[in-house]
Design a protein around this ligand. Structure first.
Ligand code: NAD
Ligand code: ZN
Length: 380
């Protein structure tokens, strides 16, 4: 079959002869992929910043498709069903799944102490093959996959696998109270969705920072919020203080993750990879611009350690810092309702439909923010 194939940092290609996935366990399903996005999280892999990303791996954790085959113990799905597959692989029964922490499932990734299983996300997330391919094996098929409602547009459905729940959970973890000022770092798909969702929780003001003018334009219109280029203001921390009577934002959301560390990290550490060094400018800005007693919600993905975060400032301000991989299954029912009643319109974020055959171009466009790309979806 055709599949995306990782060759090393910034090198991906199309593999025309990847072996077809097989049922390995009675609860597996094989899904024929119909849409598969590239995510900002894939860029951490693509840039070579995630430890134990192996040459020959297929990425892709945001996909929908049609059930092609089911294992003997799969009873919630049948062949031919169209399914939304959450990016978290979750057993549904371990102590974490029982708390609806589906992003932290123990069974799906027993070697790890932090993250659970994720499709196509290196061996730190369980070593599963991803969905940037014609077919993919879906473990625990009674748990994650949800049949697509017949009224739903497939572009909305594919964004329910990650972007919508992650943006929503970013806002939810912020504990936004009515009238709160919410500052969001990053206007990629996740920051944009977080801005949109912040209003659903009662925000009084939403301010987004990025450096890509076209993304700032997009979020301003799409989420009806303020948006600023952090390169053209003196410093987001000073900026936020000035516009909040020196108090800071009630809630700050980091929707950037490791790459923002770039120059800052080199200055501080001269170390090898961002994921090893951890921390980043966006997170520092989030902590330093939060109001005393405020909340910092981190959905940007980092390496296991974070030794450069201004923990002293966080402590002295009495901040609450929350973060996690989104718990997709927990949020799906309410997000499907939001799409049905029109309060969320995720498909507007998809700017590019690209054949799977052109996967290396798709990565180049998304990684380099070319052609006003917000979110690309691969079509096998
Ligand atoms: P993206 O790469 O498309 O967007 C990131 C944006 O951040 C870019 O527009 C970039 O210009 C901007 N940026 C860079 N440095 C910045 C800074 N210092 N301040 C403000 N903006 C800055 O990525 P995305 O798909 O939107 O994902 C964003 C982050 O969310 C990534 O780290 C990704 O791994 C993570 N993520 C987490 C989860 C989760 O479950 N927690 C799920 C999906 C994605
Ligand atoms: Zn993703």
């Amino acid at each position: 079959m055709l599949a995306m194939d990782y060759r090393g940092p910034k090198r991906v290609r199309l593999d025309r002869n990847k072996p077809m996935p097989e049922i390995l366990h009675p609860q597996d399903a094989i899904v024929r992929v119909t849409r598969s996005c590239i995510c900002g999280s894939d860029l951490h892999l693509y840039n070579g910043n995630v430890p134990d990303t192996r040459v020959g791996e297929t990425f892709g954790h945001e996909f929908i498709g049609i059930v092609e085959e089911i294992g003997a113990d799969v009873h919630k799905l049948k062949v031919g069903d169209q399914v939304i597959v959450p990016f978290n692989i979750a057993c549904g029964e371990c102590t974490f799944c029982k708390q609806e922490l589906y992003g932290n499932c123990h069974e799906a990734n027993p070697q790890a102490t932090a993250v659970g299983g994720i499709f196509g996300y290196s061996h730190i997330a369980g070593g599963y093959n991803g969905g940037q391919a014609e077919y993919v094996r879906v473990p625990y098929a009674n748990v994650g996959p949800t049949v697509l409602p017949d009224w739903m547009h497939p572009d909305d459905a594919v964004l329910l696998t990650d972007v919508v729940p992650t943006g929503y959970q970013a806002a939810e973890m912020g504990g936004i109270q009515k009238g709160d000022t919410v500052a969001i770092f990053g206007a990629g798909p996740i920051g944009i969705m977080a801005a949109k969702c912040a209003w659903l929780f009662g925000a009084g003001r939403v301010i987004v920072f990025d450096q890509e003018e076209y993304r700032l334009d997009f979020v301003r219109k799409y989420a009806q919020c303020e948006a600023y280029n952090f390169k053209s203001i003196e410093d987001p921390v000073v900026f936020i203080k000035k516009t909040t009577e020196s108090l800071g934002a009630d809630v700050c959301i980091d929707a950037v993750g490791a790459e923002a560390a770039g120059s800052a990290l080199q200055t501080f550490t001269g170390r090898k990879t961002l994921m090893q060094a951890g921390s980043a400018t966006a997170l520092q800005w989030a902590i330093n611009s939060a109001k005393k007693g405020g909340v910092v919600s981190v959905v940007g993905v980092y390496g296991p350690t974070g030794n450069l975060i201004p923990i002293g400032n966080a402590l002295n301000k009495g901040l609450t810092i929350r973060g996690n991989q989104a718990s997709v299954k927990r949020l799906l029912p309410r997000l499907i309702d939001h799409i049905q009643n029109g309060t969320l319109d995720p498909k507007a974020l998809i700017t590019h439909h690209i054949p799977l055959e052109e996967v290396s171009d798709a990565y180049r466009i998304f990684a380099n923010k070319l052609d006003n790309c917000i979110k690309p979806v691969l079509i096998p």
